[in-house]
Design a protein around this ligand. Sequence first.
Ligand SMILES: [Fe+2]
Ligand SMILES: [Fe+2]
Length: 168
Amino acid sequence: MSEKPISEKNLAYAFAAESKASARNLAFALKAESEGYKQIARLFRAVSDAESVHAQRYLRLMRGKIGSTEENLETAFHNEIRANVEEYPRLIKDALEEGFDGAEKAFSQSRDVESRHADLYKKAMGHMLEEREADYYVCQVCGYVSEGEAPDNCPICGAVKGKFKKIQ
Ligand SMILES: [Fe+2]
Ligand SMILES: [Fe+2]
């Protein structure tokens, strides 16, 4: 048992809230950009980044959330598998039942992408000691991660090469 259960719970709450605020501000930035408000987009990006600083800070204070890199790879791998086999299938089923095509498509593509993420983590676990150099490119439509170079078309959503962002 944790010694300070209320603070522990509040850290978890604040982590979730700030993570959401960061993502939401980023979406607001993209919208502002598309409407031609460059400076306001910049402001949304800055605050998004700041909320992310808060979220990371809280996560570091939460007990047992960040382990060694070996443990973190294991945790990340299992989270992807759970999303792939348990969480997304449930969400997909609900979306199908309600006939919400957009949500069904987004959930289905995410489910497929999560198994790709799991594969990449698995591969990394096997190579921890001989750190290979490889670039990663992320599909900005569905989240597919490509290793080495960006494909001509995303294997999950079909997006063109230009939709891939190189991770620094
Ligand atoms: Fe994932
Ligand atoms: Fe994609």
